[in-house]
Design a protein around this ligand. Structure first.
Ligand SMILES: [Cu+2]
Length: 335
């Protein structure tokens, strides 16, 4: 059995073999199973109770071990969820950091209830049909071909369900696509295979490359950390403009509920308003070549004061030289 371990006496099978000639009938006829078990295998009632206690203890020990190991894993997961990255044993979506993501999570959970109810209802109908209308229990089938009430019901009820889903769905879609006035604008350019972030209001641009495994510092998540992350202020509307410099990439940050293609020759836009400070991770979500998996997105959400300080420092560190247009701008001018 799965809970047997070395060091404990082997657990005897529940019942003696039932295949021996005539034994099964004898067991069924026996008024007291303990007497039969004890008589056949030479076990007393006390032996049987001790073995039963052993088995119960083993199960309890396994249960306690499972709980004590899983609690830290879930706690660690909860801690990671606060930093906007996937967590071990994660179920469902990452914890939202923007109003849009909170709505997406609500809509996801709502749909889960709806589809579960529909699946259970259909399952119940199938079970009824299998049990009540099989050839044995219903040898002469009904010849009914139409039933107006049922036909109206199976048309109207699905329509009502779809309308119930459509209302919050369209509301969410408008919420995502309706751009509020921007407080900060960041242009994210997808390149093979890294992102470049440009802050047009402050006139600087920088590349953001993944930190290689050998260079990871303690606490930096593998395949998600970058050398220069995108920094934005908390509780401010950030417009993200995306474009591809070579092939199609996709800018996606799950905790913000954003995912938008970065297409060469065309600027797409999306927005987010992060409501909690912290670090949030995403990845390129369009197959863009051999290092597609190695161009993570890292966004640090900071207070407005820290953001202003970072901008001042970044202006000096990443100052752009307007006399040398970027590759994208040069390509645009050539067209
Ligand atoms: Cu990409």
């Amino acid at each position: 059995m799965w809970f047997e371990r070395p060091g404990f006496p082997p657990v005897p099978p529940h019942r003696p073999s039932c295949h021996a000639r005539g034994k099964c009938r004898a067991q069924r006829a026996a008024p007291n199973i303990m007497a039969v078990v004890g008589g056949k295998r030479g076990l007393t009632k006390a032996d049987f109770l001790v073995e039963g206690a052993h088995r119960t203890m083993l199960v309890l020990k396994r249960l306690i071990a499972f709980i004590t190991t899983s609690v830290p894993v879930f706690l660690a997961g909860a801690a990671l969820a606060a930093t906007g990255q996937p967590e071990p044993w994660q179920l469902g979506l990452q914890k939202g950091a923007t109003p849009v993501m909170d709505d997406i999570i609500w809509f996801h959970d709502f749909l889960l209830w709806v589809i579960s109810a529909i699946a259970l209802f259909v399952l119940a109908l199938l079970v009824i049909v299998v049990v009540k209308f099989n050839a044995r229990s219903n040898p002469v089938p009904s010849r009914t071909t139409h039933n107006t009430t049922i036909e109206v019901l199976w048309t109207v009820v699905p329509v009502l369900i779809l309308v119930t889903i459509a209302v919050p769905s369209f509301r969410l879609l408008f919420f995502q696509l309706n751009m509020p006035k921007a407080d900060v604008t960041v242009k994210a350019t997808g390149k093979q295979w890294f992102w470049s972030y440009s802050y047009p209001d402050s006139k600087f641009e920088f590349d953001s490359l993944m930190v290689q495994d050998k260079d990871l510092k303690p606490g930096q998540p593998r395949l998600l950390s970058v050398d220069n992350e995108m920094v934005v202020p908390v509780n401010k509307v950030v417009h993200v403009l995306t474009i591809g410099a070579d092939v199609i990439h996709s800018f996606a940050v799950p905790a913000f509920g954003i995912k938008i293609d970065a297409i060469p020759g065309r600027i797409n836009e999306t927005w987010f308003k992060a409501e909690r400070e912290g670090i949030y991770y995403g990845q390129c979500s369009e197959l863009c070549g051999k290092d597609h998996a190695f161009m993570p997105i890292m966004v640090r959400v900071v207070s407005e004061k820290d953001y202003t300080a970072w901008v001042e420092q970044a202006k000096k560190k990443f100052a752009t030289d307007d006399s040398h247009p970027t590759a994208v701008a040069a390509a645009g001018a050539a067209n």
